[in-house]
Ligand binder design. Structure first.
Ligand code: CNA
Length: 434
């Protein structure tokens, strides 16, 4: 509970109603010192509903809530402390799925790992019992396989121009580092693959060893106590890194906030954009409107693909050639991850994906056949005079063995029909102390 107390102490001092709660009217007195968030707001779970600002409300800082007005503001030297906040959406064009996009999202594709529920792959208590699904996923996601996107290079460009105050990322893929954003500018709010340690004794584990284990899809064990080793990615049920809490009030010092590729559904990260002062311009570059973005007086929305959005912004600022040049430098050389040529890695990944798809289809067909066979037999039995009624459970003496019946999990759901979000949604609890 210490964390809660310290957050209340920190946020409580700066409490004020959010602009939208104040009827959409700008503050009349010294708005520069005001934070958008309230205590309640900081603790609210999930993606808070907010209505778009009334067009009749004038901006406080920008001449208009447009890309052009924003780029003029930047070109006029009014911006020198940019805070960037990112999520999985900035890495999807690199080939790393986000979690929640339907069909393509990671959670939609985890059925093959036979998890009791999708989020279990990042659940520390599940990991203790069964670390293999995580390591299967880690094999696919491990840094080195993917090229940073132009959006990652855009963040690097902001740093090169001396404009980046801090990058807060929820991503664990280390692509910001690979794009050249220095370590001291990055807060990896949900940890990353950059470090690994024993979950029992916290002993750091050598990078070369974990790379080897992940490449071989083996489970690494601590050299000291033989406990399970895990990359320092924050799992559900684990605390966020101290670094996040050390820097979480930094957005209050920003003169521009850029939010990209996140659904802003995981707290406490989701509240970071609200720590910026009311008058600080905020830009959202995302497929859809999220969080409170769009409700502030100086919010600019660039909706659509992130890479397109940063190109538009860079172009408007006169930086596009520089940005493309910087991104070109991230093109893969001869080697891909784990010592394999990049082309080979990409081909192997495609082959593996295809194999997985075929496996999944085969399993689904198999299950459907079993289901219809079981159903056919059950209907036939029910039709026979004196046979079991509908409410009767199949008995162990039934000719249909239990293996022929569709698998049911402990919730009574058909195991092969993998439905997202059947369990209580714990993503909002990430890193919160209980
Ligand atoms: P999310 O909840 O999956 O949301 C992603 C957001 O990005 C959604 O609003 C999408 O519409 C949007 N989006 C997806 N692709 C694009 C695109 N090309 N251009 C513009 N917008 C796009 O992911 P969040 O990051 O918000 O959720 C936080 C989770 C995700 C953290 O715990 C991460 O650890 C986790 N995650 C990280 C990675 C990674 O490291 N690359 C991958 C998957 C999940």
């Amino acid at each position: 509970m210490n964390l809660f107390r310290s957050v209340i102490a920190a946020i409580g001092r700066k409490h004020k109603p959010h602009r939208s709660q104040a009827g959409g009217k700008p503050n009349s007195h010294n708005p520069k010192n005001k934070w958008r968030c309230s205590v309640g707001r900081f603790f609210n779970m999930g993606n808070e509903e907010s209505s778009p600002i009334d067009e009749s409300v004038p901006p406080q800082t920008l001449p208009a809530r447009t890309l052009e007005a924003l780029s003029d503001h930047i070109k006029n030297g009014k911006v020198s402390r940019i805070v960037v906040m990112t999520g999985a959406g900035i890495s999807t064009s690199a080939g790393i799925p986000d979690f929640r996009s339907p069909d393509t999202g990671l959670y939609a594709n985890l059925a093959r790992l036979n998890l009791p529920y999708a989020e279990a792959v990042f659940d520390i208590s599940y990991f203790r019992k069964n670390p293999m699904p995580f390591y299967t996923l880690a094999h696919e996601l491990y840094p080195g396989k993917y090229r940073p996107t132009i959006t990652h290079s855009f963040i690097r460009l902001l740093h090169d121009k001396g404009l980046l105050l801090k990058l807060f990322t929820q991503n664990i893929d280390c692509l910001e580092r690979e794009a050249g954003v220095p370590d001291d500018k990055i807060v990896e709010a949900h940890g990353s693959f950059a470090r690994q340690s024993c979950i029992e004794c916290s002993e750091p584990y050598p990078e070369a060893d974990i790379k080897r284990h992940i490449a071989d899809k083996e489970i690494p064990r601590c050299h000291q106590c033989k406990g399970l080793v895990k990359p320092e990615i924050v799992f559900f049920g684990e605390q966020l890194p101290a670094e996040f809490f050390r820097h979480r009030s930094l957005p209050a010092e920003a003169d521009l906030c850029i939010v990209m590729g996140t659904s802003l559904t995981v707290q406490p990260f989701a509240s970071l954009p609200d720590v910026t002062p009311d008058s600080t311009p905020r830009v959202l570059i995302n497929k859809e409107r999220v969080g409170s973005l769009g409700s502030g007086t100086d919010d600019v929305l660039i909706l659509g693909d992130c890479d397109d959005g940063v190109r538009k912004l860079a172009n408007a600022c006169g930086w596009l050639d520089e940005l493309e040049g910087l991104w070109a430098k991230t093109a893969p050389k001869d080697t891909g991850e784990l010592g394999k040529p990049a082309a080979e890695v990409a081909k192997r990944d495609k082959d593996e994906q295809l194999e997985d798809e075929i496996d999944k289809l085969t399993k689904d067909v198999d299950e459907t056949l079993r289901l219809s066979k079981w159903h056919e037999e059950k209907v036939r039995d029910e039709k026979l005079p004196g046979s079991a009624t509908k409410s009767d459970q199949p008995k162990s003496s039934d000719t249909t063995s239990s293996g022929d019946r569709p698998h049911e999990d402990s919730d009574g759901n058909l195991g092969h029909v993998f439905v997202q979000g059947q369990k209580p949604d714990r993503r909002v609890m990430k890193g919160e102390e209980t």
